[in-house]
Design a protein around this ligand. Structure first.
Ligand code: MG
Length: 252
């Protein structure tokens, strides 16, 4: 029997609908600015999400459009422009935290749990989100593991392995069974499980129940964290809300 001591949070799709309403329009602004005949509507972007990482997505799209692999500096310039637009969208207040996220972050913090960001997005994108969406609430996070810190993006387990190492070497947890990951996508679920960690999936716009290759890999799958949360797989929840006691029961 384990006691829950740490929550590992994915960012995109989990904390906010950043993919559909943040990253996607930011890529489109960067493409338009560069004079490229490209526009990712929500459905098209859903297909490109199969490729993890912004640079990787841009390179694959340019290769498809032009037939040749693009020069790395061109990809880098587009990625920098996209980051700029992403930050502008955050500043304009185009995004909000998903239902229940703020309450659960506060509840876990007050209960003394260690909370960590584990994402393979860039540190720049995470900074923009932290500053404009979380504000003072960002102090609940002990540390972040970002795309800049790892060689392989999710579904590779490297980011989770690094977070686990940080927590164990810091004496914050003694056993991986004391950790719970919160993810929204199949890639994230697979990364967490490959690192040997239990995972709750909170389905996002792109991370639907149908997109999960194997829902049985998840400790639970829910529609969202806040009311009216529906449990799609796993133990029933009380009051249509995912609370800390619900998460504790998942690792027990
Ligand atoms: Mg995600």
């Amino acid at each position: 029997m384990a006691t829950l001591r740490a929550l590992l949070w994915d960012v995109d799709g989990t904390l906010a609908e950043t993919e559909r309403d943040g990253h996607r329009p930011a890529f489109n602004r960067a493409f338009a600015e560069a004079g490229l005949p490209l526009h990712w509507d929500p459905q098209t972007y859903g297909r490109w999400l199969a490729i993890s990482g912004g640079r990787e997505r841009i390179a694959a799209q340019l290769r498809e459009l032009e037939g040749d692999a693009p020069q790395p500096q061109r990809v880098e310039a587009l990625q920098a422009a996209k980051q700029h637009h992403y930050r502008s969208l955050m500043q304009q207040g185009s995004l909000q935290l998903r239902p229940g996220v703020a309450d659960l972050l506060r509840e876990a913090h007050q209960a003394g749990l260690c909370q960590v960001i584990v994402t393979t997005s860039s540190r720049a994108a995470i900074c923009a989100l932290m500053d404009h969406l979380l504000g003072p609430l960002q102090e609940v996070f002990r540390f972040w593991v970002c795309g800049d810190d790892v060689g392989s993006k999710k579904p590779h387990p490297e980011a989770y392995e690094q977070a686990l190492q940080g927590l164990c070497s810091g004496g914050l947890v003694a056993d991986p069974a004391e950790l719970l990951v919160i993810e929204d996508s199949d890639n994230g679920l697979r990364a967490a499980r490959a690192a040997g960690l239990a995972c709750l999936v909170t389905c996002s716009h792109y991370g639907s129940l149908e997109s999960l290759a194997d829902r049985a890999m998840a400790a639970a799958v829910v529609s969202q964290l806040g009311p009216p949360a529906r449990v799609l797989h796993g133990p029933a929840c009380q009051g249509e809300q995912i609370t800390l006691s619900y998460l504790q029961a998942l690792v027990r």
